[in-house]
Design a protein around this ligand. Structure first.
Ligand code: FE2
Length: 451
């Protein structure tokens, strides 16, 4: 068996001194090689590639997409992907569901869950996907799936790619190593990673410590940075803080499997070698990570509460301007300084549908308990939601000096499509049956004699 892993020698930065190296920027035309001279100069497809490599293009957009949304990379690999192919058999997808998934009626209620416990048994990333909601239609390349991953074992000679969508990882507990064909990404709670549609990878645990987190499967347009409008050229998520791995490859001959998610099903074939064999690549279609602690929030500095869209990290656009297929929004640490203002999120109903999770701390609209790190909630299209009684009473009577929300990080996967709950999520013991009525605890304060 020939097994070697060669990291790139390309100068790059790393967020950890002992971790992999990365290239900085969002959607840049990156280039990286793990062996000197592996990348062709000034052309994509020479008659013979250096080191006997094959050239292969991976297109994330139609060839004819406008430059701003055109995505492709050229990969120089030991074998082309057609050689990592075979006779595929459909395998059990476990609790992974894909839209349209109509196994349950649309819930006309706010819904919330306690954290799903990590299992005692060995479970890889592929075995540990628990779908909570689906929205839209994967065949129409619109909508998304919201999943919880519970991982207690690294994938070893097991490889995977998702043809149905790109995958946004949001770790809540434990660290993951995403060994992709473009290179190696390490993520921990507080960071995110995006694996584009069609990119092969193996998901490993760091130090074999179990991991739990949230996964957004985006069937629609690739995540991009939101426009900043009058905010200008800085703040929110800045492009330089996005990190793409340098090239790394395996020249590994060993019995292996490759699983592909396609059309909502999982298909598997046997291989005799690793498909993570890309020695060099260039282009703008590549996986990346981002440290949410580098997000620079912008908000009200005199009075009132801005719309939560100011906290958008990444957006997957739809064909309708301003109407996202998905917005990935965070509620990070920040100062609250607004005068004469009810500072938590206000009560509202809206057309978008919100899946929410909590990475750590307390979310300022839900201080009455029940929404805990690792938990999650769903507030669907045109269903009312807002602060619970504890949050309302405290915020209505608080002394409005500058106050810092510390040690907290919540997020939303917000989509234009109503989200359907899976049967698993509706019946799991962690479902909070009493949450539906949380608003009834709000007391009547009306007094016509007291303006
Ligand atoms: Fe909301």
């Amino acid at each position: 068996m020939n097994h070697s892993v060669r990291p790139s020698l390309t100068p790059a930065q790393s967020s950890r001194t002992d971790g992999p190296a990365y290239l900085s920027g969002f959607g840049n035309g990156f280039e990286t090689e793990a062996l000197p001279g592996a990348l062709p100069i000034g052309r994509n497809s020479p008659q013979k590639c250096a080191y006997g490599l094959y050239a292969e293009q991976l297109s994330g957009s139609p060839f004819t997409a406008p430059r701003a949304t055109n995505e492709r990379s050229w990969l120089y690999r030991i074998r082309p992907t057609v050689a990592h192919w075979g006779s595929f058999e459909k395998v059990d997808a476990g609790l992974w569901r894909t839209a349209p998934c109509t196994e349950m009626d649309m819930p006309l209620a706010p819904l919330r869950w306690n954290p799903l416990p990590l299992p005692e048994t060995a479970q890889t990333f592929l075995e540990g996907i628990h779908t909570v909601t689906t929205a839209g239609d994967v065949a129409a390349q619109s909508g998304m799936g919201s999943h919880i991953y519970l991982v207690t074992r690294s994938m070893r000679d097991e490889y995977f790619y998702n043809a149905d969508g790109e995958m946004l990882f949001v770790p809540q507990q434990g660290e993951l190593r995403l060994w992709t064909e473009f290179g190696i990404i390490d993520i921990e709670p507080g960071e995110i990673a995006v694996i584009p549609r069609g990119v092969k990878l193996r998901v490993e645990l760091r130090d074999e410590q179990p991991a739990r987190g949230y996964l957004c499967e985006n069937y629609g347009g690739a995540f991009s940075l939101p426009e900043r409008g009058p905010i200008g050229a800085n703040c929110l998520a800045n492009p330089r803080d996005f990190l793409t791995p340098v090239a790394a490859y395996e020249d590994r001959d060993a019995p292996s499997t490759m699983t592909v998610k396609w059309g909502g099903n999982l298909w598997r074939t046997e291989l005799q070698h690793s498909p993570l064999d890309v020695v060099a690549w260039h282009g703008n279609y590549a996986p990346y990570k981002y440290d949410l602690r580098r997000f620079s929030p912008v908000g009200p500095i005199l009075f009132d509460h801005a719309d939560p869209s100011i906290f958008t990290v990444l957006t997957s656009p739809s064909e309708t301007p301003g109407t996202a297929n998905i917005d990935f929004v965070i509620f990070p640490e920040r100062w609250l300084v607004a005068e004469n203002t009810f500072r938590p999120p206000w009560y509202h109903m809206n057309v978008m549908s919100e899946f929410m999770g909590l990475i750590k701390g307390v979310y300022d609209a839900k201080t009455g308990g029940g929404f805990v790190p690792g938990g999650f909630s769903l507030h669907n299209c045109m269903l009312p939601h807002g602060p619970d009684m504890a949050a309302f009473e405290a915020a209505s009577n608080a002394e409005l000096k500058p106050h810092k929300l510390e040690g907290t990080l919540a997020f939303m996967f917000e989509t234009r499509f109503p989200q359907r709950v899976t049967r698993y999520a509706a019946e799991v013991p962690e479902f909070q049956t009493e949450y539906t009525g949380y608003g009834r605890g709000l007391r009547k304060h009306f007094d016509p004699s007291r303006p």
